[in-house]
Design a binder for this molecule. Sequence first.
Ligand SMILES: Nc1ncnc2c1ncn2[C@@H]1O[C@H](COP(=O)(O)OP(=O)(O)OP(=O)(O)O)[C@@H](O)[C@H]1O
Length: 557
Amino acid sequence: MLLIDLLRSRTRIDLRHAVGLLSLASIATTMVLIIVNLAAEQAEDGVASMRYLGMMALSLIGYIWAQKKSSDLIAAEVEHILHQLRLSLFDRVRKAAPDTLAKVGQGAVQTALTQEMQTVSAALPLMLNGVQQVVLIICVAAYLAWLSTFAFVMISVLAVVVSTIHLQRMRKINAATRDAIDDENLLFGGLTDLLHGFKEVKMNSRRRDALLGALNDRSIRARDTKSVVKAQWSREFALIQLAFYGMMAAMVFIVPIFTSDYHDVAVQTTTAALFMIGPIGAVVASVPSFTDSDVALRKINDIDHQLEDALDAQHAQEATNGTSSPETLEKLGGALGNIAEISLRDVRFAYPGTTDSPGFAVGPINATFKKGEITFITGGNGAGKSTIIAVLTGLRPAASGSIMVNDCPLPSDALQLYRDHFATVLSDYHLFRELYGIDDIDPKRVETLLKQMEIDDNVEIDDNAFSTTSLSQGQRKRLALIAALLEEKPVLVLDEWAADQDPHFRSVFYEKILPSLRKQGKIIICVTHDDRWFDAADTIYHVRDGEFVDGRQTTSA
Ligand SMILES: Nc1ncnc2c1ncn2[C@@H]1O[C@H](COP(=O)(O)OP(=O)(O)OP(=O)(O)O)[C@@H](O)[C@H]1O
């Protein structure tokens, strides 16, 4: 079972210690049963034994101590294991290239990190409680064996028969559980469409009806498969309860026929059997969550392996390019510390294609971006501007050609080092409310930037975070630019940044903000369609079909 493998492989504690504590709690509980039986015998003779009362108090103290110790240990350990699992997935996501993540599916990774983790989180404590109850059942069974060997053998045979039937039926239930979870995930996918596309759904009643129809169908399927699983489990509970009552009946009607001295222990044996109802119920009730968590863990593992395979392929590709020597990295570090220019030399890149058509390709690209200069990249939709930006910023590794920092070629194993020198607001940017990675923010600088972006009335920075991001599209982009500028990087890349700005602020951007950034000595690269302000650039590259067709030096800048 994956859950047990997970516990074994990830735990920091000695599992024998935890099981020992759980067993101690079970033994203490069994002691209570034995003492009650013995005290009851004395009570029949009208004697109230203080010795048994003391022993019972000791057993209860032992139970409470072991239970508290084991609960604390297990609760901390369960959360530690989940934390480890999350970190491992975060790490793989961190290392993944954009294509790797796209291949596995962002939605699948998100589901693994949220829904499936929650299922496992709920199941782990139940499973450990189940272990305790199993130990308790074993202890009570041993007590039964001591009271009456015949009763014990009979119960054991009955337990083996019922367990065999139960396990057979479990296979069917497990398969149905997997179907139910798949149906539920399909339903959640549709819900994401409904919530993310809420406005589009509101605007179009045909789309709304079609989407709600599909959601309804998926919900019906999820309902039906789930109710089949629940009905199967109810039948299982009934079977186990029936077996239990059968066992009680056998003890009071059948055992006395075959054993002569049974009447001496009949009451104790029946009490012990009754004592098992709770633990058996708890064990049976915890089984469905094991099944759910096993399915959830399989899904998490699956995503983990898919990411791992994609990363292995990525690393194999990187390995063919070799590893840079410390001298090369040192030279590159020096160049990056004082970037005068970045050049692309015969750079090519292509998206993976399909069997029917090759992926879109850019290159050969030749261009130079200089410190203290503004470069515009223009071109029609789909010409390849954003793809070139992705290669230039090191988000996508070039297939051939070279990127030069000053006169130093960028090796493919130093892309992260290179990327760390860029601040970007890309076309599909994400605005973080928290200014992650930006420390010691100077409040005066923030004030100036907020004023310069004309949003000082709407936003402030508190505790390293924007006070709000609930703003208009244009204002959100201004915040993204502030965050990029606070990073204080030597290269600034903006992909269609001004597209959402009003005419007034566009002129502020092109006529004031960009020139002041040029004065600061940054390399500024902007993808833009704003031909009215082409004069603001020092150099303009025009892209057509993945190539620069015109690189012109403007005169006015
Ligand atoms: N992730 C991707 N996987 C495969 N192909 C892609 C991917 N992203 C873009 N493309 C292909 O690359 C082409 C160029 O896209 P790109 O985004 O670079 O164009 P663009 O010039 O920035 O366009 P726009 O002005 O519309 O933003 C697209 O036509 C598309 O076919």
